[in-house]
Structures are given as C-alpha cells and as structure tokens.
Design a protein around this ligand. Structure first.
Ligand SMILES: *[C@@H]1O[C@H](CO)[C@@H](O)[C@H](O)[C@H]1NC(C)=O
Ligand SMILES: *[C@@H]1O[C@H](CO)[C@@H](O)[C@H](O)[C@H]1NC(C)=O
Ligand SMILES: *[C@@H]1O[C@H](CO)[C@@H](O)[C@H](O)[C@H]1NC(C)=O
Ligand SMILES: *[C@@H]1O[C@H](CO)[C@@H](O)[C@H](O)[C@H]1NC(C)=O
Ligand SMILES: *[C@@H]1O[C@H](CO)[C@@H](O)[C@H](O)[C@H]1NC(C)=O
Ligand SMILES: *[C@@H]1O[C@H](CO)[C@@H](O)[C@H](O)[C@H]1NC(C)=O
Length: 454
C-alpha cells in the first residue's frame, strides 16, 4: 500500500510538472525547477525502494494490540524502556480500552456480555446437564474416615465452605452414577479442610493420607490405573491443599484439581488442566440497602501478608477516596462493602480470598489486584464485564484508573455485578447456572481430554 501511494505521489508530481510546462512558462523557468524535481523524484524512488523491502513503513494492524505485539520478537529494535511514564501511559491506555469495550458490551442490554459466548455456553450447558456422569468412590457410614470422605450433615459455613457445598450438592445430584462403566469422571471425595482438623491426620499428615488413599483405590478398583488418574478429580478450597499432593504426584500431574488456590505461581496448579473454585463465604437472601448511594471510591480491609498489600498500604493508606484498612475495622465490614463503589481484592499470602464473593454479594464492583490469578469460571464468564483487573505494577495509578471509569460505564459494571451474583451463590438444592453447576461445567470441559476404552 505504501509502495502504491508513493508511486501515485511520484506520478502526480511528474504530471503536474508536465502540466506546468504546458502553461508555456519560459523554458528558463522549466530548467530552474528541473534539478529540484529530479532530486525529489530520486528521493521518492529511494523511499519507494526502502518501503518495498522493509516493514518500517507498515503499521501492522495486529501490532496495535499491545499483548500480541509484546509476544513478537523485535530483535532488531532496541529493548523497550519502561519508565514510570510508560507504565502510567500503558495503564491509562489499557483502562481506556477496557472502558470502550464495556460501553460497547453494555449497549447490548441483556446478560450476553457476562459470558464469552452465551449461545455456545447455553448449548454446551444443556449437553453437560444431560450427559455428564460422575462416579464417586463409595464409603460406608461406619468408615473410620467417614468424617473426611462423606459429606457434612450440617449446612456448610465459613471461609472454606465451597469445598463442603460442592460435595454435598454433587452427591445428591443427577450427575451421579452407580455404574463406573458409564462415568466420564471419578470423584476422590476426601476433604482437605476436614483432614486438617482431624487429630489423627492434621496438617502434617495430609500428604501421607492422600498417598495411602490413592494406593488403596488403585489396588481395590481398576479405574485409576487405566488413565493414571487423568479422569479423576478432587475439590479443595483451603490453601493447605497446595502441598497435599506432594506424595501423590499422579494426582498433581494427571488428575483435575478444582481448587481455590489457583495461581500460575502455585507449584501444584496446572493451568488448563486444573480449574479455579470460587471461595465464597455463604450468605443467604439479599443484604438490605443493596441499591444505596455509594460515596466511597475504593475499599480494602485485611492483613499485610504480602509485598502487594505492602505496596497498597504504602501508596494509599492516607487517601481520602480509597480507604485501605489493615488490622481491625471499627466499622462493620458489610457496611463498608455497601458504601463503596469498588472493592479491592488484593493478593495476600494467597491469590484467593472470599473478597470477590463478598464484593459481588454486597453489589460492589470487584477490583482484582492479583497477577496470574486463574479467576473462577473464567472459561465461562467474561470478567471484564463485571470487574476491573489492575496489574500489581499499577497500584500507584489505582485512583486514576478508577476515576477514569465514566458514570455510564460504572452503571454497566454494577448492573453486571447484580446479574453475576447468581453464579457465585451456593444452593443446597442447586439452581441452574449457580456455583455448583458452573463447577460441573468446568469439569465437563475437561472430561474428554483423556478417555480410555478398556
Ligand atoms: C529473538 O531473536 C534473537 C536474535 O535473533 C534470538 O537470539 C532469540 O532466541 C529470539 N527469541 C525468541 C523468543 O524467538
Ligand atoms: C438440568 O438438569 C436438572 C435436573 O434434571 C433440571 O432440573 C434442570 O432444569 C436442567 N437445566 C437445564 C438448563 O436444562
Ligand atoms: C487404606 O486401606 C487400609 C487397609 O484397608 C486402611 O487401614 C487405611 O485406613 C486406608 N487408608 C486410606 C487413607 O484410605
Ligand atoms: C495398579 O497399578 C499398581 C502399580 O503398578 C499395581 O500394584 C496394582 O495392582 C494395579 N491395580 C490393579 C487393580 O490392577
Ligand atoms: C500517612 O500518615 C502517617 C501519619 O500521619 C505518616 O506517618 C505516613 O508517612 C503517611 N503516609 C503516606 C504515604 O503519606
Ligand atoms: C478506630 O478506633 C480507634 C479508637 O477508637 C481510633 O483511634 C481510630 O482512629 C479509628 N479508626 C478509624 C479508621 O476510624
């Protein structure tokens, strides 16, 4: 294209010269212009030559996209220098991209924007709902480890409730089959949270217990050996689970791990094979005043147990718009979530906390500051439509980024927060598209990566 336009310029210059010659100007004047015309033409020819052999003049459309551009190898160009200005400019540019994207999506005016592709999701979901079959290794009520292997009697509660909810709901669901030959997946029903509190096991005994458990089922049944555990899965929310498979490496490397500690940095987590379980502090019903005025820009409360939180404290501790609390809160936590526009989820010792679930429940738009967190249900949900994701490096520009979100755009985000609350809700009797069903969907996506026909 550049070559063609250079040719056009050259051609029109030459024709104009010829036209001007036709104006019966004195010949002297023609010769006066001749050298400069030749010089210009030569320069243009040189440019033409360069542009046809180098890509210096082409702006490749895909290079306009920073992520893709960054993955290309610019071995000939000097290394990029990321000064503070460059970081700030990038943060602002990315915020603008997100903003335009959300405004575009918001115009659709339904729940389409919550999903990457709602139609594909809905038709897959139907198929999943009718075809997926799970076999659970059976354990009797009088098993000495019934407390660990069978579902809890009471309604699950607390920070790690997701683990117990999932098992309890799964065991009563229509996905269960008694016939292992028709199972797509096999469930290892141990509870990491319960092992941790069992005095016979404790934190230090979890690894041995898992090793023995897998030894037992692989000798008693034939299913484990068929695939080395690849069609098996377990579910765990406590971060202690990160180390639980150290003496059962086949579980770590082959089985599907549905865990709350889903960071690319966690040595036991294998992205794509494993999936993220949302950590949700279970609450029923709606909080009062969900639609109240939100006067505060941002809110965070928690302990300082990571460099990311240290940075947050260092930059924002005295700010009047973003309130960052470390240690005890004087006010009520739910009040703070209800009165803030944005609620920060900041990586601590772990990437996962119940804060995303808390923010959504109280109608506050979550801001995720946790690099490389494999976000829950991200195979299904379009996180950009109901949250703001900020790189750790951009903590100093947090206020700029949040203030750059226009009112109409914020309303779209918040509207989507209200819609997506359903997906972050556990129900003892599962409701379509709730947390239980979405975990099943994540499993379904991973079901057939390996299927052994005996
Ligand atoms: C980038 O190019 C340099 C120089 O040609 C080469 O040494 C390097 O391996 C390349 N890196 C990648 C990721 O291709
Ligand atoms: C999924 O299956 C359950 C149980 O059969 C049923 O109640 C529910 O309506 C199904 N959902 C969809 C979307 O088909
Ligand atoms: C494994 O089986 C042995 C023998 O039946 C039993 O004593 C032990 O408790 C089992 N361990 C686990 C973790 O299931
Ligand atoms: C499974 O493999 C292990 C190790 O190779 C073996 O000891 C065990 O007997 C096998 N299980 C069955 C049910 O054949
Ligand atoms: C915040 O205020 C405290 C107490 O006035 C002060 O010691 C600290 O340096 C301030 N921090 C920042 C980042 O301004
Ligand atoms: C919390 O209460 C203590 C003591 O009453 C007070 O010194 C402190 O300023 C309060 N903090 C906030 C954030 O209101």
């Amino acid at each position: 294209m550049a070559a063609a336009s250079s040719l056009y310029v050259l051609h029109s210059l030459l024709t104009r010269r010829r036209d001007s010659a036709h104006l019966s100007l004195p010949l002297k004047s023609f010769f006066f212009y001749m050298p400069s015309t030749l010089a210009l033409a030569t320069s243009l020819l040189i440019l033409l030559y360069i542009s046809s052999t180098s890509n210096l003049f082409f702006i490749h459309p895909h290079l306009a996209h920073p992520e893709i551009g960054a993955s290309l190898n610019f071995s000939q160009s000097p290394p990029l220098k990321f000064t503070d200005f460059a970081i700030r400019d990038r943060a602002i540019r990315e915020a603008q991209d997100r903003s335009n994207f959300r405004l575009q999506m918001g115009l659709q005016g339904n729940d389409k924007e919550l999903f990457h592709d709602r139609d594909v999701f809905l038709s897959n979901y139907k198929e999943m709902n009718t075809s997926l079959r799970i076999y659970i290794y059976p354990h009797r009520q009088d098993d000495p480890f019934a407390n660990v292997l069978l579902p809890v009697d009471s309604e699950p509660g607390g920070n790690y409730a997701s683990e117990s909810y999932f098992k309890k709901v799964l065991m009563r669901s229509h996905f269960i089959t008694e016939d292992p030959s028709e199972a797509d997946l096999f469930f290892l029903p141990f509870s990491i949270a319960r092992l941790r509190h069992d005095p016979r096991v404790g934190i230090n005994g979890i690894q041995d217990f898992i090793r023995d458990y897998v030894f037992n089922i692989s000798h008693e049944y034939s299913y484990w050996n068929r695939s080395g555990g690849a069609d098996h899965f377990y579910v765990a929310c406590h971060s202690i689970g990160r180390a639980a498979m150290e003496k059962a490496e086949a579980v770590k490397f082959n089985a599907i791990q549905i865990v709350c500690s889903s960071s690319y940095y966690v040595f036991s987590y294998v992205a794509h094979k494993d999936a993220s379980l949302p950590q949700i502090w279970p609450r029923q019903g709606d909080p009062p005043n969900l639609a109240r005025e939100r006067s505060k820009l941002g809110f965070f409360a928690g302990s300082i147990n990571s460099p990311v939180r240290e940075k947050l404290l260092q930059v924002w501790q005295n700010d009047s718009e973003i309130s960052v609390h470390f240690g005890r809160l004087n006010t009520s936590y739910s009040e703070e979530l209800l009165r803030s526009k944005f609620c920060l989820h900041v990586k601590g010792f772990e990437v996962n906390t119940a804060r995303i679930g808390d923010a959504l429940y109280y109608g506050c738009v979550p801001v995720i500051i946790a690099n490389h967190y494999d976000l829950p249900f991200q195979d299904i949900l379009n996180w950009r439509s109901f949250s703001v994701i900020v790189a750790t490096l951009d903590i100093p520009f947090l206020k700029k980024i949040l203030n750059a979100i226009r009112v109409e755009e914020y309303l779209i985000l918040r509207n989507n927060v209200f819609k997506v609350r359903k997906q972050f809700q556990w129900n003892l009797s599962p409701v379509d598209y709730d947390a239980f069903y979405l975990v099943m969907y994540e499993l379904w996506l991973r079901r057939s990566s390996l299927r052994v026909i005996p």
